[in-house]
Design a protein around this ligand. Structure first.
Ligand SMILES: *Cc1c(COP(=O)(O)O)cnc(C)c1O
Length: 400
């Protein structure tokens, strides 16, 4: 039997409808199978010269090749990290450290993930100038804005590929072309697109690209930074010769093996799976728009990551919707719940021009491998009832 392209069933067989694949995904059974021996009998460290270590090193190398193919890169340009958060921190701070004498100006955008924006804020406190570009109402960064923001002192441009909250895809190749022409280092955070749509680092013209295994059915705690040339940026994790002296720390061998296998599976099934997920997402959108009044779909209508449906629901709080959905065993996410523990509305939605009220009423369904039409229909059945119930209790929703 051909191995399943992606997990067919939900991670939890007991009727859970998981629609939060932008947050994380279950490990594909084939990925888990590949990883298992590296926890036990094949536990050696790839840095050691005895065969137990060298065999692990060979497997890490194979995983590096599989991982590189997912983004159209060469194996030697892949540096394994603990995930996209580390890769993003590394790109931003590593560039600032390395290029301190060249200049102290970074260009980014208002809708970046906090693993980009927070390091930028930290650098700002240390005297680095940061230009945060606006986005249009669909969440798109304008390449012209990037162009006019570049100065003699610009050392890095970092603009995300696919947005985690609203799914909008930025014109990365156009921005890359500008960066290359002006000789500025260009990084993109591709954690939402890697494994979902075709990525070619040559075509995108980026020098640095971050991605993460657990977004495409690999394990958590492993990711990679693509670096077009060694030592483009300074190392942050020092203290070992791993990853060609650039990222110290004993290799997460099971994780890396898992990332390689997940990348291979994602690449093999990408076109088919993207089409299937896209259709499911449209079915969900249409079903909800048909049945619920006063909701808005957010994000770019066409340039988007497959599977992301972000909406705002007038008069209802995101958290309340999530809790009610959970009682129906449906997992989704909300812009306002994204920065867990705070009630701050999503910086992404505000940057797109939404009001605080709209941002508070946001909800994101992100579909993935485990989802079926039956799941979509279940949500289309449950969610209008939930919205109706919450609106009846809402002090801000006019009862008509
Ligand atoms: C998931 C995600 C991250 C964080 O990745 P981790 O591997 O969990 O650290 C960063 N940026 C985007 C766009 C993401 O989707």
């Amino acid at each position: 039997m051909k191995s399943s392209p992606m997990p067919e069933a939900n991670p939890n067989a007991s009727g859970l409808v998981y629609m939060d694949h932008a947050t994380t995904t279950p490990v594909h059974p084939d990925v888990l199978r590949e990883m298992m021996p590296f926890f036990s009998e094949r536990f050696g460290s790839p840095s050691q010269i005895y065969s137990l270590g060298q065999q692990a090193a060979e497997c890490v190398q194979e995983a590096r090749l599989q991982t590189s193919r997912l983004i159209g890169a060469r194996a030697k340009h892949i540096y394994f990290t603990s995930g996209a958060t580390e890769a993003n921190n590394w790109a931003v701070k590593g560039a600032a450290l390395k290029l301190r004498s060249k200049g102290r100006h970074i260009i980014t955008s208002a809708t970046e993930h906090s693993s980009i924006l927070d390091p930028c804020k930290q650098l700002e406190k240390q005297g680095v100038e940061v230009t945060v570009l606006p986005v249009d109402r669909h969440g798109v960064v304008s390449p012209d804005d990037v162009k006019s923001a570049i100065t003699e002192k610009t050392i890095l441009i970092t603009v995300g590929h696919g947005n985690i909250e609203v799914g909008t895809i930025n014109p990365i190749a156009d921005i890359g072309a500008i960066a290359r022409e002006r000789g500025v280092l260009f990084h993109t955070n591709a954690a939402q697109t890697a494994g979902k749509i075709e990525i070619d680092v040559e075509q995108l013209q980026c020098d640095l690209l971050s991605f993460s295994a657990h977004k495409f059915y690999g394990p958590k705690g492993v990711g990679a930074l693509f670096m077009a040339e060694p030592k483009l940026i300074a190392p942050l994790h020092q203290g070992g010769s791993q990853e060609r002296n650039i990222r110290g720390g004993t290799h997460n061998v099971p994780g890396i093996i898992g990332m390689g296998k997940a990348a291979e599976l994602a690449l093999a099934n990408m076109a088919e799976e993207a089409k299937r997920i896209h259709a499911l997402r449209d079915r969900l959108r249409d079903g909800l728009l048909d049945r619920i009044k006063n909701i808005q779909v957010v994000g770019h209508p066409a340039e988007r990551v497959p599977g992301n449906l972000a909406i705002t629901v007038d008069g209802v709080e995101g958290e309340a919707m999530l809790l009610s959905l959970d009682m129906d065993r449906i997992c989704a996410s909300s812009g306002s719940a994204c920065t867990a523990g705070t009630l701050d509305p999503s910086h992404v939605l505000l940057a797109m021009g939404l009001s605080h009220e709209q941002a508070h009423g946001s909800i994101r369904f992100s579909l993935g491998a485990g989802n079926t039409e039956a799941h979509v229909d279940h949500v289309v059945e449950c969610f209008p009832r939930i919205v109706d119930m919450l609106r009846k209790m809402s002090p801000t929703y006019p009862s008509k």
